[in-house]
Structure formats: C-alpha cells, structure tokens
Design a protein around this ligand. Structure first.
Ligand code: G4P
Length: 533
C-alpha cells in the first residue's frame, strides 16, 4: 500500500452527539488524553468558574457560559489518525451540529445512564440516520445511580428506531457499580473507584475475571454474580447478535457502558470503536460517487465561522476533505464561485492556537481563511474535472421573527450583514415572493440565534434592528414545481415565502394548517428539508 493510501486508510472522522450534560465534553477530553493531544483533563472545558470550551470564541457565548460553535480536534491513537468534530452543546445551536454531522463518517451517541434518550439526542439522531452512518452508543455515568440496562436498550430501540447490541454489560451502578462484562472476551472488568484516574490518561487499574471463575462471587458479590449470569444468558439468547455490516450501514448500534469521568471503559471503547468504524466514506456528487482514495483533491464547505479572533475580524470556512491530498498553497477550483482559489492559510483548529498545516488527507477537516467567497455546501476540486458534491440540506427552523432595520439609511450594511450571517448558516432568511431584503422573515433553529443576530449586526455591521416574533411553528418547502402557487388554497394564517435561493415555502402556525393545505391542494408535495443548491 502506498503512503497516500495508508494515510487515508487510517483516518477516522466522527462527531460526538449528546443531550447537554450527558458527558460529551468529558468523554472527548478523555479520548484526547489517550491521544496525547492535551496534557491534562479539564483543558477542554474549565467548568463552573469559566465554563467555556476551547472552541468558544464569541462574547455572547462567554457571557452566557455556553458553547456556541464547533471545531475539530485531531489526535493519533493505535495507528489511526482521529478527527473528532466538536459539536455545540447548546440545543439552540443544533443546526450547526446538524451540518457538522454531514462532515462525519460516524457518530458517537453519549447517553446519561440515569436519563436515557433525551429530546436533543432524538433530533440529532434523526440527522445521523439520514446519512446512514454508523452510530455507536456510550452509556455514561455508570458510577451514578442508573436505570435498568435492559430498559435503556429498549428505549433506544423504541424511540430512535435502531437495533442495539451491547458490547459490554454493566454490573450494578452508582455506589454499587462493580464493573462491566465484556461479551466478546467473556471477562469482567472490575471497577475500582479511583479519583486519580480523572486526571490520568490511563485506564483505571482494572482486574479481569471470567464468568465461570470461582472467584467471581468474592470479586463482585454473590447477588451480582447471580444476576450477571442471568443477564448474560438473556442477552445471548434474545438480543441482536453483533453484525459489523449492520453497524456500518447504521442499522445496528453497538452499546458500551462506562463512566467517562472516572475513566472507566473509555479505552476499550476507543479501541473497539476504531475497529468498528471505517476509513473515510465515498461521497455522492453530480458526476457520480467520489472515492476518497482518488488522487484528485476534493472537499466541501460544511461550516463558516466569523470573527474567531476579534483582532483579525476574519471568517474561517471549514472544509471536509473528501478525496486526495491537500498541500499548503495548492490551487483548487471553487465550483460555486466559478474560479480558482489558492489555499494559502490552511489551519487545524485546536484550542485558540491555530496551527498552520502543510498537508492533509481525505477525512481531515481544515479551516481556510475566507474573504467572504464561500458558502455552506460549496465544492472545491481539481480545475480540469469540476463537479458538485451533493449539497447539505437546510434544516427546518423552528422559530420565526420579522426583522427590519431601525435606520433606513443603513440599507446596504443591513443587507450585507444579513446575507453574510445567513451564508454562515446561523440564520435562514425568507422574504415575500419577488420582493427584496428590506424586510425579511428570519427563521432559526434555536431562539438564542436571534440574540446572536442582533448582537452581531450591531457589533460587526453597526446596524440596529427591530424584531417582531411571528407565530409560525412549522416550515415546509414546496416540492411540486408544476403548481400555480398564487392559487393555493391555504388557511388564513399560513404564509407563502421564498428562501434566498428562490425556493418556495409555506410557513404554518400548526400541523392542522399543514394538513389543510395537503387536503385542499391536489398534487401539493411538501418537504421538511430545504433544497441543497
Ligand atoms: P456535556 O459536554 O455533554 O454537556 O457534559 P459534560 O462532559 O460537561 O458533563 C456534564 C457533567 O457530568 C459534569 O459535571 C461532568 O463532570 C459530569 N460527568 C461526566 N461524565 C460523568 C461520569 O461518568 N460520571 C459522573 N458521576 N459524572 C460525569 P458538572 O458538575 O457540570 O461539572 P464539573 O464541575 O464536575 O466539572
């Protein structure tokens, strides 16, 4: 195998998703410790006192103590080059997370063992299943009182609609947590509460005992030993067997139990995870499937972040490399812009320190300095064979406001600010059919984005705005191009608008109005996801 092929073959690019507080940051931190990417736990997110992550960048998120944006962290482990896509913890920014998932080849779903599947996990999970990527579950906080593991499995299957296969099985929880039984090696990994482990990149010193070992009773107690033997019999008899192909197709989720905080079960999880997931996956484009091992460089923009560094007032476009090799200073074709661009200042973004990189391969994520030319979903590829990657869908916003500029003299700045912020994907803009952007309807996934919009227009574009909340709750893109939209029969509180790409949409106040529209307009087809180009 050539160096080029082995470099791509050893890449693993994944995102970690969870409901806030389930332990995503703690798990990420522990994974980074194993890779030697950070020296001390706690550096990813100093808690309580200064509750912000390395990816924090904007005043507003520091003020509110939440992580708004996402970046990428790269480390080496067991011969693999691992890219973890960090996703915003706050549900108000879930659209950013949705897009980040488009750049991942697999996802780790972290659940809190006492809570199970929470609302935010459900939404994120839906996006993963759209892409059919492997989803590996880590049930965290076993050192605290947890729900019954069979019940948790059932909940994942019922609420998320994916089959599960436990890789290990917990023995007790909370103060009585004894450890986990590894179903493949048939050994028990005993949990020793050890507060030092929190700061070490080492697994808690664990003892291994097998199920039929006469010492099992003395190791975990007679009651737990008896229960474990029963549980294992039940699992082996009834549950889904492990099927790697089903895992890779996103149909079966392997489940691990552990405790990120005490570093229990993290390293076995990482090792197995790397075996279960694949090197970068092929991607669809308008000229067929693009193979990651294709020597021609190609990438797409999945995220744009403004003003990462106040001193520079810059924008960074994050690209996911889909094929070939990137070299610093190389010239590529920006398909949507219709011209060549030189990739001169590529960066890995880990913490605030931006490291300028010389080369990167399919699977990697890099940040490019963006003078305002890129939009989300844009393709970069070789100039002699231009093509477009399948775009990133627009996710339905859930809150709407009418936005007007307070000072009509500042029209130019208003339009520029709104357009740029919309290009970054923080907000979506809609307007009356065939009218301009003087007065627009803004849709967001989380209401905090309205505050961000107001803050940024004032600080970066010197524009004051007036916002009026609108009652719409549902949005649908109209897919039936053949219909005369002016004659649609709609409830009086339904509004017809267009997005910036000229696609037609309907804003509804409730599901009843959607049903009305479908019942009264023959041939009307509506979609929850927006067109991609
Ligand atoms: P998030 O990124 O998903 O929002 O979760 P995060 O890792 O920040 O974890 C949320 C809280 O849960 C933190 O406590 C963290 O220490 C705790 N936690 C994470 N994993 C485990 C675990 O395996 N066991 C236990 N017992 N707790 C866990 P916090 O009080 O918010 O912060 P801190 O003051 O402890 O740092």
């Amino acid at each position: 195998m050539s160096d080029f092929q082995s470099e791509i073959g050893r890449r693993r690019t994944f995102a970690i998703i969870s409901h806030p507080d389930a332990g995503k940051t703690t798990l990420t931190e522990k994974l980074l410790l194993y890779g030697g990417a950070i020296a001390l736990a706690g550096s990813v997110k100093g808690k309580k006192a200064q509750r912000h992550a390395v990816s924090d960048w904007m005043e507003i998120e520091k003020q509110r103590g939440i992580s708004v944006t996402s970046s990428v962290m790269q480390f080496q482990y067991d011969g693999c080059c691992i890219n973890i896509l960090d996703t915003p913890g706050h549900e108000d920014f879930s659209e950013d997370t949705y897009r980040t998932l488009m750049a991942a080849d697999s996802a780790v779903m972290v659940l809190d063992a006492s809570k199970g599947v929470e609302r935010q996990t459900r939404k994120l999970f839906k996006v993963c299943t759209l892409r059919h990527i492997p989803i590996i579950t880590f049930i965290n906080k076993m050192d605290r009182a947890a729900r019954d593991p069979f019940e948790l499995m059932e909940e994942i299957e019922n609420l998320l609609g994916i089959r599960t296969c436990p890789v290990n099985w917990p023995i007790g929880s909370g103060k009585e947590f004894q450890g986990v039984y590894d179903r493949e090696s048939k050994k028990i990994l005993i949990f020793h509460a050890n507060s030092d482990a929190v700061f070490e990149s080492k697994e808690v010193k664990s003892t291994e005992v097998s199920l039929d070992d006469p010492h099992l009773e003395s190791a975990i107690g007679a009651d737990f030993a008896a229960k474990l033997r029963d549980d294992v019999e039940l699992l082996d008899g009834a549950g889904d067997g492990f099927d790697l192909e089903a895992v890779r197709e996103g149909k079966l989720s392997p489940v691990f139990f552990g405790s990120a905080l005490t570093n229990f079960g993290v390293e076995p999880f990482l090792k197995e995870f790397l075996q279960m997931t694949t090197a970068p996956l092929p991607r669809n484009s308008d000229s067929g499937v693009v193979n990651p091992f294709d020597p021609d460089f190609s990438a797409f923009v999945f995220k744009i972040q403004a003003n990462m560094n106040k001193a520079h007032r810059d924008r960074i476009a994050f690209i996911r490399i889909c094929s070939g090799k990137f070299e610093k200073g190389m010239e590529v074709f920006h398909v949507q812009g219709g011209r060549k661009v030189k990739l001169a200042q590529p960066q890995h973004l880990m913490a605030q320190d931006r490291e300028v990189i010389e080369e990167a391969y399919a699977g990697d994520i890099i940040g490019l300095f963006d003078p305002g030319v890129f939009s989300i979903g844009d393709t970069l590829c070789a100039a002699d064979k231009p093509f477009r990657f399948e775009g990133i869908p627009t996710f339905a916003p859930e809150h709407f406001s009418r936005v007007q500029q307070a000072d009509t003299m500042k029209r130019k700045q208003f339009v520029k600010g709104m357009t740029q912020i919309a290009q970054e994907g923080a907000i979506q803009i809609f307007h009356e059919p065939d009218s301009g952007l003087e007065e627009v309807v803004v849709g967001v996934v989380g209401t905090l984005q309205f505050d961000v919009l107001q803050y940024r227009l004032k600080n970066e574009y010197n524009v004051e705005i007036r916002m009026t909340p609108l009652p719409y709750e549902e949005i649908r893109w109209i897919e039936s191009a053949e219909l005369d939209l002016k004659t649609l029969d709609l409830t009086s509180d339904t509004k017809r608008v267009q997005d910036v790409r000229g696609n037609n949409l309907l804003l509804f106040c409730n599901n009843w109005s959607i049903q009305w529209a479908l019942d009264h307009n023959r041939g009307l087809r509506l979609s929850e996801f927006g067109g991609t180009d």
